[in-house]
Design a binder for this molecule. Structure first.
Ligand code: ATP
Length: 460
């Protein structure tokens, strides 16, 4: 796996319909990616697995799905307006802009190769700003009278865009705030026992200075986050529980244990809200990098909301104890990085009958296509008819079953191997005689004859 090259994964993803560059037909839009038919299925399988493991299978978790656009007060109170920044440097020679803390050589511009062309780094806020409602976007010429009381001005060349400051909103840079802002709502309607968690999956947006490494650093991505509310005395116990649960998750993704590493993040590198953070790193083809994070966010967010909104975030213990503002353990999972890790772990090359083969050794529960069904020859109506029958029955049972009658059988197997389909079922002339079909295993390439009446139960 350590030999897997990122470009091989990128190329397989595009060729086979997993992931395409965003807006590809127009030359792309940096930091955005579109999912094709197989990519979207893989993504859904991961999202569903996560929801099942952390919400459906547990008694202490509830789900929410908050709006992406939120009141700007959310991002003021959370500290994101002031501090959600990365250091930016600009090259005085080629004017390329880079993230200062991610440069291989802090004095050398990776775009033009010149040294000592960077000035002082400035803090660049990564939130995408937008405007809600029709009170924005009027273009005026600079110098024209403006009602300064009501309007702020953005300079754009010789023109200015006016907007109502109160209409400013941001595309959320994390899903977490949508959970915190609903804490009181959920407690009011459910009054769950403490500790309990709220889970959310959804898009997050960051105007990354240098998006790169395929989907690893994107400007639009998906997060799967949990805020686990605890009594302040119990945060360490909950943190330990989540360390273990995160490992169960990486196992369920099929990631080799030896490729997943815990990194205790030193205080200086922690986010502004965190008292303890453990990053889970993975040996990606680009090197060892953050896959997901586990943070102890204290009561930072609920206290800020309480202050800014004037509404109490107290939790009243059911045993009559003192009300308290809960503390929070936050496991934050990135979907794109999960997909990249899963693909990197699954990407395998071997040799079958002297020929090189590439295949995705995906865990079966994640494979986008569960079974492919083929008639041995597509110009024999009796084979096609029988194969259709098998296909319809399997599709009813397993959902993601693919009909594949393109090219010869060898080519079909190669194609299915490359997309990680665990089993191929072939209907041939023997099927018409004795009712058995060939089932071919992706990993071993072994073929077995199975009675078509037993096919569903065997595959299940
Ligand atoms: P990094 O240090 O790599 O920028 P981060 O520490 O800022 O990441 P968090 O704010 O902890 O990331 O976000 C939680 C998770 O969201 C990350 O572990 C990662 O899986 C995912 N994530 C964050 N930023 C991006 C991005 N630009 N593209 C894809 N996934 C991301």
């Amino acid at each position: 796996m350590s030999n897997t090259k990122l470009e091989d994964i990128v190329s397989l993803c595009k060729r086979r319909g997993f992931i395409y560059p965003g807006s590809d037909v127009y030359g792309g839009l940096s930091g955005t990616w579109d999912y094709g038919p197989l990519g979207v299925q893989l993504k859904r399988n991961i999202l569903q697995l996560w929801w099942k493991m952390f919400v459906d299978d547990r008694e202490d978790m509830l789900g929410v799905d908050a709006a992406i656009l939120m009141n700007q007060k959310v991002w003021q109170a959370s500290g994101h307006v002031d501090t959600f920044t990365d250091p930016l440097v600009e090259c005085s020679n080629c004017h390329a802009r880079h993230r200062a803390d991610k440069l291989d050589d802090p004095n050398k511009c990776p775009t033009c190769g010149k040294t000592d062309t960077f000035g002082e780094a400035r803090q660049f806020n990564m939130m995408f700003r937008t405007f809600v409602g029709p009170n924005q976007g009027e273009e005026v010429t600079i110098g024209a009278p403006l009602d300064e009381q009501k309007r702020s001005v953005d300079l754009e060349g010789r023109k200015a865009i006016t907007y109502e400051p109160s209409s400013v909103s941001y595309l959320r840079p994390e899903t977490a705030q949508g959970i915190f802002t609903n804490f009181k709502n959920v407690v009011d309607s459910f009054y769950p026992d403490m500790p309990f968690g709220l889970a959310q999956q959804g898009k997050a947006f960051r105007n990354e200075i240098s998006p790169r490494d395929f989907v690893f650093r994107s400007r639009e991505f998906e997060q799967m986050e949990i805020e686990y509310f605890v009594h302040p005395d119990n945060w360490e116990e909950a943190f330990t529980m989540w360390l273990k649960l995160v490992h169960e998750w990486t196992d369920a993704l099929g990631l080799p244990t030896e490729s997943v590493h815990e990194l205790e993040v030193p205080e200086a590198d922690r986010a502004h809200y965190s008292k303890r953070t453990v990053d889970f790193e993975f040996d990606f083809p680009i090197g060892r990098e953050e896959l997901l994070g586990l943070a102890y966010r204290t009561d930072f967010d609920l206290q800020n909301i309480q202050k800014a909104s004037g509404k109490s975030m107290d939790y009243r213990p059911k045993d009559g104890g003192e009300p308290f503002v809960p503390h929070v353990i936050e496991p934050s999972f990135g979907l794109e990085r999960s997909i990249m890790a899963v693909l990197a772990a699954a990407y395998t090359e071997d040799e079958v009958n002297g020929e090189k083969r590439t295949y995705l050794k995906l865990p079966k529960h994640l494979a986008p296509v569960k079974v492919a069904v083929s008639p041995l020859l597509k110009n024999k109506p009796e084979l096609v008819e029988k194969a259709r029958e098998v296909y319809t029955a399997l599709k009813k049972e397993f959902g993601n079953v693919m009909w594949d009658d393109n090219g010869n059988i060898g080519k079909r197997y190669r194609r299915q191997d490359e997309i990680g389909t665990p089993y191929c079922v072939v209907i041939d002339f023997d099927t018409l005689e004795d009712g058995t079909v060939t089932v071919r295993d992706r990993d071993t390439t072994e073929q077995q004859r199975v009675a078509s009446t037993e096919l569903t139960s065997k595959l299940a």
